[in-house]
Design a protein around this ligand. Structure first.
Ligand SMILES: Nc1ncnc2c1ncn2[C@@H]1O[C@H](COP(=O)(O)OP(=O)(O)OP(=O)(O)O)[C@@H](O)[C@H]1O
Ligand SMILES: [Mg+2]
Ligand SMILES: [Zn+2]
Length: 465
């Protein structure tokens, strides 16, 4: 097995290996090279043990095996495993795919272990063995959390406090779990390597061993991973390429709201989001997220505008806030949270040119409430009107939803799925929707019970104030 130890320098940011130390890695990171000892293990041990029961997705039939007819390979679609958590199933694309490897990342304390133990308990309660491997907490700590969030525990839920990946692999061979959880990848290590747990080579080795376990036993594997302060995955950038799904769990520290989204998903869309509330009894699904967000909207102040985007398969109603205030010295500041700074600058330029706002000496702050970062250009018009509202010191009616893309000419461009957004707005009790005229024409006759105002360009919005 192990032959000769060699050392390499591995960039802890990108995983680049070099035989010599470098001050700056090819990825641009400074001082990121760490010396790691690597035992030269021939990889035929790995090859012999892989393959096995796996069918279809990911089974390693390619190596020296016969090619199969694609239409005779069984499809995984109907075999998805229900996690018992609707919002998690949705983000995964309809449940867990057997043999798939998923990574869940998020800041400390956000609720990664909580959501995973809830899913584990639910799958175990159907009589299938589930193995939860913890490298961070003791068995007692996991038990305490499980008692709090899972209700009665099934005797098919197994817990293992272990960090040695070879031992974990052996336990899996014996137990044959139907679902494997590793909490967290940064605490796991392989005997084959001498570097510390959490280093790039360890994370990579453990990741590929877990992939082998998942594929050969044809079970889904969930890996918990930490993120650095800047929100990047610590170390496992490499694992990100290896896994089938990367889920990120985000939320406001001060708030109970938690949002789960897929950054990568080989078995579903990445635009789907799942919403939860962190409570005493664990993560509670929020089905009516728009309603919850709108309940909190401040009805009385200038600069707040309700808007909507389309996330995955459903509309999401959000609040945009803007504040303009006279700056005393130097350049005016533009600060955007939740939207692109360049996008904000463009919108402000259009407002100055087309609506005659004088923003030269005004600091402008824009915030999408709740820590959301809506994709696409749905929120352009709402941002513009929120800025106008603050600038003029006039409120915009909060029973109104505003959406639409703004072009450089000040023209409003149609957005997709407007009809579904209008329906959602009507359902939530909004009275008016302001949107590009092209969208208004199409939705006008179809949705009843809500006033629809179509605008051709941004100038036409001035009559709202
Ligand atoms: N009794 C409780 N009531 C309500 N919420 C609680 C309670 N105990 C813990 N929590 C919530 O659970 C969170 C911790 O959840 P969890 O341990 O799942 O996070 P994690 O992402 O796994 O953290 P880590 O990165 O430290 O492993 C706390 O930040 C807190 O919000
Ligand atoms: Mg945890
Ligand atoms: Zn690098």
């Amino acid at each position: 097995m192990a032959k000769k130890a060699k050392t390499v320098f591995v960039c802890q940011e990108c995983g680049y290996e070099s035989s010599k130390w470098m001050g700056q890695c090819i990825c641009g990171a400074w001082n990121s090279m760490v010396e790691e000892k690597v035992l030269d293990v021939s990889d035929d041990k790995r090859r012999r043990t892989s393959g096995g029961k796996g069918t279809g997705v990911g089974s390693e039939t390619g190596r020296g095996g016969k090619p199969s007819r694609l239409n005779s390979v069984s499809s995984m679609e109907e075999k998805r495993i229900d996690t018992g958590i609707g919002e998690l199933n949705r983000v995964l694309g309809g449940g867990l795919v057997p043999g798939s490897l998923s990574l869940i990342s998020g800041e400390p304390g956000i609720g990664k272990s909580t959501i995973i133990i809830q899913a584990a308990a639910s799958i175990a309660s159907k009589g299938e063995p589930v193995l939860y491997v913890t490298g961070e907490e003791s068995e007692e700590q996991i038990r305490m959390r499980a008692d709090r969030v899972c209700g009665e525990l099934s005797d098919q839920l197994y817990i293992l406090a272990e960090t040695n990946i070879e031992n974990i692999s052996a336990v899996c061979q014996n137990l044959e779990p139907k679902f494997l959880i590793i909490d967290s990848i940064q605490t796991m290590y392989s005997e084959d390597l001498e570097s510390a747990p959490g280093s790039v080579s360890q994370v990579r080795a453990c990741g590929s061993e877990l992939m082998r376990i998942g594929k050969s036993m044809n079970i889904p594997v969930f890996i918990v991973a930490h993120v650095t302060k800047s929100g990047e995955l610590a170390g496992p950038r490499i694992v990100e390429h290896m896994v089938d799904c990367v889920l990120s769990f985000t939320g406001d520290r001060g708030h109970e709201l938690r949002i789960l989204r897929a950054q990568k998903n080989r078995y579903g869309t990445t635009s789907e989001i799942g919403a939860f509330e962190m409570a005493q009894e664990g993560l509670v699904e929020i089905e009516n997220l728009s309603g919850v967000l709108m309940d909190e909207m401040d009805q009385s102040s200038e600069g707040a505008v309700a808007t909507a985007t389309y996330e995955g398969t459903r509309p999401l109603v959000l609040e945009v806030q803007a504040l303009t205030s006279k700056c005393n010295v130097g350049f005016a500041r533009r600060t955007a949270i939740g939207i692109d700074n360049a996008r904000l600058n463009m919108i402000l330029a259009v407002l100055e040119k087309k609506m005659g706002l004088n923003l030269m000496d005004q600091d402008v702050y824009v915030n999408i409430v709740g820590g959301f970062r809506p994709e696409g250009t749905y929120t352009d018009l709402a941002v513009a009107l929120a800025v106008c509202s603050s600038y003029y010191g006039k409120k915009l009616d909060t029973r109104t939803i505003v959406l639409g893309e703004i072009g450089l000419t000040g023209d409003l461009r149609a957005v997709q799925n407007a009809e579904k957004i209008v329906k959602e707005a009507a359902r939530l009790g909004f009275e008016r929707v302001i949107l590009p005229v092209r969208n208004a024409e199409k939705t006008g006759e179809k949705v009843k019970g809500i006033q629809i105002i179509g605008l051709r360009n941004i100038q036409a919005a001035s009559k709202l104030f």
